[in-house]
Ligand binder design. Structure first.
Ligand code: HEM
Ligand SMILES: CC(C)=CCC/C(C)=C/CC/C(C)=C/COP(=O)(O)OP(=O)(O)O
Length: 284
């Protein structure tokens, strides 16, 4: 038994930003006074519950993962972890995350943790992934929930919190549909339904690039609404301009190469937005 395989099942690449979003939600709501213990507790709860939902996804989709080159070498399809063990890991991490969210953080954060889990593990993975191309538009709500779980540790749900969480929601579909465009042949071998598999490839690239620009502009406006620091603005502007440049190029002349550059340049925008936002809320 290799511990590494059980960590890989938690999809570290996917969940780290969701943990960051939860901590950012808490810091936006509480700054400049930040309780470090609370932040660590939240990060741990986020790690357990998002990790638990990701392991459940890996367990449930083991058959699909075996059909795609991109996912074939994951621990379950490659035979390194037994499905039953993954299922136990998923349930153990998730239940522990739910209990600790209540004990450490309270009822409202626990509700958002459970909602996020449900939207990703059940609504997206079990019910929608093979049924509707709009699956990610529902599954993406898990992203809102992560930030809101952090926010509601100290403040009730309000419009500002919802607007902030929408930065994650708007960013997720472009990220996922970009991966689908890149691995289209892989996805076509499975029952998975995604927008780029249902419409003409050029049209899909234009739509995803346009969504990416929209998500960039949204973050820029949110920053201007929330913060006024000029250095933060310049850093965010550089990442937004870099990613929007490739998006515009992808719209003018859609092709897979430019498109992949757009994906790579747009992935850090949300990270930069959250980190700058957190730092500035603390020092302002
Ligand atoms: C809300 C947070 C995120 C979600 C839901 C998400 C989702 C995903 C998923 C499902 C995959 C494919 C599975 C995998 O390769 O593990 C993936 C791959 C990837 N993601 Fe993300 N991701 C998130 C955050 C990020 C961030 C912040 C970055 C970069 C700063 C990033 C960059 C990448 C890259 C480079 C890949 C690999 C693409 C490839 O070579 O196939 N992601 N993401
Ligand atoms: C608060 C809380 C507990 C939130 C759960 C957060 C979570 C893990 C959200 C994932 C978002 C998502 C729909 C990813 C799609 O990956 P995919 O499953 O389609 O990726 P794959 O094809 O690589 O398996």
């Amino acid at each position: 038994m290799a511990v590494k395989d059980y960590v890989v099942l938690m999809k570290p690449r996917v969940i780290w930003l969701l943990v960051l979003a939860a901590v950012a939600g808490y810091i936006f709501a509480t700054a400049p006074r930040v309780n470090a213990t609370r932040a660590v507790e939240l990060a741990l709860v986020g790690f357990l519950s998002t990790g638990g939902s990701a392991v459940f996804n890996m367990y449930y989709e083991r058959g699909i993962d075996a059909q795609m080159t991109r996912t074939r070498s994951r621990p379950i399809p490659a035979g390194r972890v037994k499905p039953g063990n993954a299922f136990i890991e998923a349930i153990a991490l998730s239940i522990l995350g739910f209990i600790l969210s209540y004990v450490w953080l309270g009822l409202l954060p626990m509700i958002f943790v459970i909602l996020g889990w449900f939207f990703y593990a059940i609504a997206y993975t079990v019910f929608l992934k093979c049924r509707s191309w709009a699956n990610i538009l529902i599954g993406g709500v898990a992203g809102n929930a992560a930030l809101l779980a952090g926010w509601t540790v100290v403040r009730p749900l309000d419009l500002e919190a919802l607007l902030l969480s929408m930065a994650i929601y708007l960013w997720i579909p472009a990220h996922i549909w970009s991966l689908v465009i890149r691995a289209k042949d892989d996805y076509s071998r499975t029952c998975i339904r995604m927008l780029p598999l249902e419409i003409n490839e050029d049209k899909a690239m234009i739509l995803v690039a346009a969504l990416n620009i929209f998500s960039n502009i949204y973050m820029l406006f949110l920053y201007l609404y929330m913060l006024s620091n000029i250095i933060g603005l310049v850093i965010l502007l550089i990442t937004v301009a870099w990613s929007s440049y490739y998006s515009v190029k992808a719209i003018i002349k859609p092709n897979r190469e430019i498109f992949w550059q757009m994906f790579k340049s747009s992935s850090p925008v949300l990270t930069v937005f959250l980190i700058i936002g957190m730092v500035l809320s603390i020092i302002k």
